[in-house]
Structure formats: C-alpha cells, structure tokens
Design a binder for this molecule. Structure first.
Ligand code: ADP
Ligand code: MG
Length: 331
C-alpha cells in the first residue's frame, strides 16, 4: 500500500508547488477565510499550510490520510466535482513521500494530530489548536530519492510556489493569504500578502488583481462579463495599450481552478489579434464557469488542462466576449 501511495504521489505531486496547491485547495474546500503558507528551502524541507476552516474531528484524522477516502464526493458522480477535492489522493500521496503532520480542531471536539512518514501512519494524539487545520509537510521526496533529483534550485521552486499561491489567491478574493519564507529561520520573510477583499465579486476581484498584478493592470483593465449557452466568463482583461512582451500575465480559471490550456490561450490571442502585434500579449485574468458536466476537469489530478464538452463554445465565448468589451472601449 505504501508503494501504491508512492506511485500515486508521482502523479499528484510533481514538485513543492503542487503540494502547496493541494493543501491550499483543501483549506479552501474546508471553507477557510484565512490561509497562511510557510515554506523553507524552496519547499523542499518545509511546507506548512494553516487555515481557519471547518477542521477535522479526531476520529476522522486517520481517514483523511487513507487512500481514496474523501469526504467530498460519493463516487457516483465523479464528473460532478464542485470542490477541488480529487478522490482523496493528495494527503496519502504527500504522506507517502514526505513527513506529514495533520493537526486539526473541529467545532465541539478537542484538537488532535496524526502524523505519517514514508507511508507509515502513527496513532492520533491530543494537540493544542484553537480552530482550523495545520498541515506540516517536511522533507518532501525524502522517501523517493529519484524524485528528489528532479527538483530545481530553491529559488526556482520558491518562485513556482509563489506563482501557485498568487493564482489561487486570484480566484478567491474574499480569502486572505500570506506566504512566508522561513529559510533563514525564525519568523521568516513575508513574500506575499493579500487581505480579504470586500464589496461585490467584481470589486473584490479588481482589488485582488491590483494587489497581485499591480495598480497599472487594474487601471487599464476592462471588466468582462459575458455569457453564452450556459458558459459564463467574468474577470478583467487589459486594454491593448497595456500589453506585455510575454504571456506571463495571462491567468485563466475554469470553475475556480487555475488552468494552463492551449486552446484557451489561443482564443485570447485571437480576440486581440487586430489590436496587437505578434510580439505583444494581452494581460488578463478570466474566469470561465459552467455546469461541471460541461467540462472535464477529471482528466488527470496534476494537469491543469481542461476538456470542454463543446470546445468551440468556450472558444467562441472568449473571442466574442473580449471583442465586445474591446469594441465598447473604442477598439
Ligand atoms: P480530497 O481533497 O480529494 O478529499 P485529500 O487527500 O486532499 O483528498 O484530503 C482528504 C480529506 O481530508 C478531505 O476529504 C477532507 O475531509 C480532509 N481534509 C484535508 N485537508 C483539510 C483541511 N485543511 N481542513 C479540513 N479537512 C481537510
Ligand atoms: Mg484535496
């Protein structure tokens, strides 16, 4: 079983940033409004995610680490995934390739913790915690030296963690995030911070984008709000005059999940085709939402690609929605 978990871990967890993504998504699924992420040495020696979500009752702690035990779907509707959860693979996988401690407190219960290292689970014991959950993951891939070799420099892994956290923070503007690098020891250095935004969704998103992409982007961004046959696109896209020399400022989400999908990037490019030269790229943060049965996010746990039932519809929505907004702005 430990071997199966290690194999699965290779699928779910490619690098420290993917562990951070899984843990933050769990915190979001738990309804957290504050999520603090701490890491050291590019996440190789330490990743800790602290949330103020619903917590886990002591009796459920072993279950949270058991393979294919998820509290989120019942197995009958695998396609109908509203939460980020993916078949209960993340925690057992992380516990198979690192030293993981889960400390939690659910309302009406005492705080407790459980730890697992290299797939070996220890007994639940009492712990001290007021509310929420702390997941501490140390020495990622210590149990799989082959994987360890594929890790990049601390700096590169830290950069990937930061990018992952910013993408997640963009999709959840009402949630507060802090990211702290404790490599030097002690309290460490806060490398990213975003307090919970207020107002309606567009206000909140605008504030969050100003925080993450800069005031410049926010001031040059067009509000996007378009619908087509059950597909919805909301967000902000920059005026052509505020374009970039690279495509790094393109953030796309499908049903709240950050995706890097060629088809969607292509549609963005087509929408701006008449207004930008080939070497310029539009900056945008766009959220496509639809009934979960219209999109397959279940292709692979670690992949950020999506498969729409009707790709032409998604493409059409992006192209026409953006062109419409650009036309209204005088283009
Ligand atoms: P999944 O997210 O697919 O359910 P995971 O392995 O990521 O699988 O998590 C297993 C289970 O542990 C979750 O279904 C949930 O019940 C519990 N869990 C994990 N992280 C948290 C958290 N931060 N707060 C509350 N419960 C959590
Ligand atoms: Mg999960």
């Amino acid at each position: 079983d430990a071997a199966i978990n290690r194999i699965a871990a290779g699928e779910v967890v490619e690098r420290p940033a993917s562990a951070v993504k899984e843990l933050v998504e769990n915190a979001l699924d738990a309804g957290a409004t504050r999520i603090d992420i701490t890491y050291a040495d590019g996440g190789k020696t330490l990743i800790r995610v602290t949330d103020n979500g619903c917590g886990i009752a002591p009796g459920d702690l072993p279950l949270a680490l058991a393979r294919h035990a998820t509290s989120k779907i019942d197995g009958s509707d695998l396609l109908n995934i509203h939460t980020f959860g993916f078949r209960g693979e993340a925690l057992p996988s992380l516990g198979a390739v690192g030293r993981l401690t889960l400390t939690s407190r659910a309302p009406g219960h005492d705080a407790a913790e459980i730890s697992v290292a290299g797939g070996q689970m220890n007994a639940v014991k009492p712990a001290a915690l007021n509310a929420g959950t702390i997941v501490t993951l140390r020495d990622l891939f210590y149990a799989t030296p082959a994987r360890l070799k594929f890790m990049r420099t601390d700096r590169a892994e830290a950069q990937a963690i930061t990018d992952t956290v910013k993408r997640l923070a963009m999709a959840e503007p009402f949630v507060g995030f802090t990211l702290r690098d404790t490599s030097g020891g002690g309290e460490g250095r806060v490398s990213f911070r975003a307090d919970p935004e207020t107002g309606d969704l567009f206000d909140a998103l605008h504030g969050r984008l100003a925080r993450i992409l800069g005031a410049d982007f926010a001031e040059n961004a067009l509000r996007i709000d378009a619908t087509r046959d059950g597909l919805q696109m909301t967000g902000y896209a920059a005026l052509p005059t505020y374009s970039r020399g690279s495509s790094v400022a393109q953030y796309l989400f499908v049903n709240g999940r950050p995706v890097r999908d060629k088809m969607l990037y292509g549609a963005l490019r087509v929408a701006y085709h008449d207004f930008l030269s080939r070497d310029r790229h539009p900056a945008a943060a766009l959220f496509i939402d639809c009934d979960p049965t219209l999109v397959d996010v279940n292709v692979h746990p670690a992949k950020s690609e999506v498969r729409f039932r009707d790709p032409g519809l998604a493409r059409g929505l992006i192209v026409s929605g953006l062109r419409h907004a650009l036309a209204e702005a005088g283009h």
